[in-house]
Design a binder for this molecule. Sequence first.
Ligand code: GLN
Length: 297
Amino acid sequence: MTRRVNDQFAGQSIESARRALAAQLRSAQVDEAELDARILLGAALGLDLTGLIAQTARLLTEAEASRLAQHAQRRIAGEPVARILGTREFWGLPFRLSEATLVPRPDTETVVELALEILRQRELSQPPRIADIGTGSGAILLALLHDIPGAFGVGTDLSLNALETARDNAAALGLADRSAFVACSYLAALGGPFDLVVSNPPYIPSAEIRTLSVEVREHDPHLALDGGNDGYDAYRALIPQAAERLAPGGALIVEAGQGQARNIETLMTAAALVVDRPPKADLAGIPRAVSARKRPP
Ligand code: GLN
């Protein structure tokens, strides 16, 4: 007799369900099978990792077994864990996701780090005014507002759905009164001046999107990935707009795709910005956060 798929974890202990799920994910070539199994099990049971360890011998309820089976199916079909959970940690903070937002990547924390370094070196008489272009879940902007007391920031996005998610995240993080979210193309609806403009724009060349992993190509919104023929469309549009709206001495910081930093610096220089420091590398050593400054008066 074949068991229904949803019964596969029925009657199992937490420990045996964890092993069975990890084995399933491994045979489906999931990269981080062990870790994903633990996280999905925890989510299905409403337990954190310590909770799972404390109760290894407990048997799964029917509802838990069926939730876990659904999580397993989705992961095996290529859906990332963050999408299954609907949330992802970035800069140590929880971010809710929607289909209109990218899953925030650890690489993007490089942009936050560089922004904080640059702001620390400037002596502003007031808390900085920040704009985040293509804000998605709000991750970059809200991480900065969280770390900079009194700062105010605006996030823009073309997607109303993403803006709604970003607003929810701002509220959940207690940052609603220091942030605003606006629907527009790049900085079109913003006046400025800003002390800091940040962005993780779409930068994958259109033809390369189909070569990305299933987790990215089928689950991240293409609006947030597709940088046009050569990958630079968004930089070409946003750099001159940011240059116009920066306060004198203000900084623009953008995330770069692998191998793109040099060309982005050229676009910044062409917009009369001054590239006065090397790009900051991510943990893999890839130049990831590229910055330039508007000349002081
Ligand atoms: N970093 C993402 C990736 O590698 C791309 C995000 C983007 O285009 N800004 O899939």
